[in-house]
Design a binder for this molecule. Structure first.
Ligand code: BG6
Length: 495
């Protein structure tokens, strides 16, 4: 790792795009404003469109102007930004970029340290990587890193082909595959909650846990991403990466040290223990859905098939729920249920760990029910932990009632929680790749997901759309848990 104020030039491919504007510029700004970046940094934006440095700097200022009363700081910040019109297939573009970078190295003392951030459609990832190497933009003697946004391939085969191409130009250590969920404060907290608390780790196994549920629901539809989403669907968009990463963090063994290699090797190990499905089994373990019309926050919204750039008879799933089983000593027999979808009732990501009931209950509530202990990890929008326990109902010696112990991470000062991209960019600048996905994890996740997508492509469903916008998904998703004697814990109970 390098110093806490890393020096680097960040080259953003796709600098006129949405991600740069919404996430990357504001994240770099926060790092700068908070003193985690010194003055020794520069950002070079490249994209097809012709823009001058001044026009580009205006865009940058626009994207951070919501941080109020800081216009002077924003002016200095924007002066670190440069723009170069770029054709990714033309080697002259790389030559020009190379001389710009070496002159910036002199002005900003960045010592040949470069981050190449590919924030654009993946079609050219391989070409860019190869050209960066052939034109010697990576031969600087400084630290070289390549940051790649998803989608990393479309299935295992295409991901492997892409990886092979990139690996010709960059070593695995230099490649930072972004999964922005790994930058979320409470996702990073999963390991701490598990491994820094004696009361949980001893119970974290199939003797005491009945099931684990992970829900990541969104209220937004596909917006203007219909074209991408048609070829992706919720399975590739959310399950292959974010959902399986959270599963891995919940299920992995404690690493022997908190080093990148040790953590990754535990994640890889547990992903290898994921029970593979055959195509015939997919319908018993996974449910797909597609949203129809409905109400979101009281407003009528259209169905997926009516969205822009979406086939009116589309078979693409906008919702997935599934049951994952591990074949290892710790987890044999414990279902991990996952659920994610667009146009659902609430925007929320939450993990519920449901503990097994006591062998014998002495206490019941007013209605003769017992309440299992739950540990709820709120990832977003609330960040925190709630532990559901039972306590005595006052004035009634044998009746219990459920109570909740609550910890809220972002209640006091919401501004304190850094954004995922900010965390990940800073990690990358310092050379810490722990919260990025290693190729082995990507490969295992694709192999698991490929069986499901193959089965679904072969058996087109007849019943799309099968959930209303503003609901929690199709009824089959509820039935998936009911078959096992469980139910989804409603998001609202956990607050
Ligand atoms: C992205 C998906 O990776 O994650 C989007 O491509 C999805 O479709 C988004 O909306 C969800 O991220 P978050 O941080 O809003 O939960």
């Amino acid at each position: 790792m390098t110093s806490n104020q890393p020096k680097s030039i960040i080259v953003i491919f796709g600098a006129t795009g949405d991600l740069a504007k919404r996430k990357l510029f504001p994240s770099i700004y926060r790092l700068y404003r908070d003193g985690r970046l010194s003055e020794d940094f520069a950002v070079v934006g490249v994209a097809r469109r012709p823009l001058s440095n001044d026009e580009f700097r205006e865009n940058v200022k626009q994207s951070v102007h919501h941080f109020q009363n800081e216009s002077e700081k924003q002016e200095t910040f924007a002066s670190h930004f440069y723009y170069q019109p770029f054709d990714v297939t033309d080697l002259t573009s790389y030559q020009e970029l190379k001389s710009l970078l070496s002159s910036l190295d002199d002005s900003y003392n960045t010592e040949g340290n470069r981050i190449f951030y590919l924030a654009m459609a993946p079609d050219f990832f391989g070409t860019i990587a190869a050209n960066l190497k052939s034109e010697e933009l990576t031969a600087t003697g400084g630290s070289i890193r390549l940051v790649i946004e998803k989608p990393f391939g479309h299935d295992y085969e295409s991901a492997k082909a892409l990886n092979d191409q990139i690996r010709h130009a960059f070593t695995e250590d230099q490649i930072y595959r972004i999964d922005h969920y790994l930058g979320k404060e409470m996702v990073q907290n999963i390991e701490v909650i598990r491994f820094a608390n004696a009361i949980f780790e001893h119970l974290w196994n199939n003797r005491y846990i009945a099931n684990i549920q992970i829900t990541s629901s969104e209220t937004l539809g596909v917006e203007d991403r219909g074209r991408y989403y048609e070829s992706s669907g919720a399975l590739r968009d959310m399950v292959q990466n974010h959902m399986l990463q959270m599963v891995a963090l919940l299920a992995m063994e404690p690493p022997i040290k908190l080093t990148t290699d040790e953590i990754r090797s535990e994640k890889v190990k547990v992903l290898r223990a994921l029970k593979p499905l055959t195509e015939d089994e997919v319908d018993d373990y996974f449910v797909r859905g597609q949203y129809g019309r409905g109400l979101i926050d009281g407003n009528e919204v259209i169905g997926y098939r009516e969205e822009d750039s979406v086939d009116p008879e589309s078979n693409t799933e906008t919702f997935v729920s599934g049951k994952l089983m591990f074949e290892n000593f710790r987890w044999a027999g414990v279902p991990f249920y996952i659920r994610t979808g667009k146009r659902m009732k609430e925007k929320s990501t939450e993990i519920v760990v449901q503990f097994k009931d006591l062998p014998m209950n002495l206490y019941f509530d007013n209605e003769d029910h017992t309440h299992p202990n739950l540990l709820v990890i709120h990832i977003q929008p609330d960040e925190g932990v709630t532990l559901h326990l039972n306590a005595r109902k006052s004035g009634n010696g044998t009746t219990s009632r459920p109570i909740q112990l609550n910890y809220c991470n972002n209640c006091e000062d919401k501004m304190n929680t850094p954004e995922a991209y900010e965390v990940l960019l800073y990690d990358c600048m310092r050379g810490d790749s722990t919260n990025f996905t290693h190729w082995d994890e990507v490969a295992l996740s694709w192999k698991f997901v490929d069986t499901i997508s193959k089965a679904w492509e072969k058996n087109k469903t007849e019943n799309f759309p099968n959930y209303e916008s503003g609901s929690m998904g199709p009824k089959e998703s509820d039935e998936l848990l009911e078959k096992d004697g469980f139910h989804w814990w409603p998001i609202s109970i956990t607050r």
